[in-house]
Write a protein that binds this ligand. Structure first.
Ligand SMILES: [Zn+2]
Length: 84
């Protein structure tokens, strides 16, 4: 009789430990947040590449600076310099 009680206790402990082990990471580490959307760009678009209108370097659209005409630039200096 004592053998079964002990077995039950061990199984119960194992189940409790297993439940703790499997539920803990989910509670402690939520899925990593997606990088915050940059102002004025759509975060849903997967890295559309654009070419700087001044020097022609390619960069993700999310990092490009647009002028009033909608031309992409690699940086503020080239946006000020304008299209080549
Ligand atoms: Zn440039």
């Amino acid at each position: 009789m004592m053998k079964y009680v002990l077995l039950l206790a061990v199984v119960g402990l194992a189940l409790w430990w297993f439940k703790r082990r499997t539920s803990e990471p989910r509670a402690k580490a939520p899925p990593p947040a997606k990088p915050a959307a940059r102002a004025g760009t759509s975060a849903a678009e997967p890295a559309t590449m654009v070419a700087c209108a001044h020097c022609g370097v390619h960069l993700p659209q999310s990092e490009a600076l647009m002028d009033a005409a909608g031309r992409p630039y690699c940086g503020e200096a080239h946006r000020v310099a304008g299209p080549r």
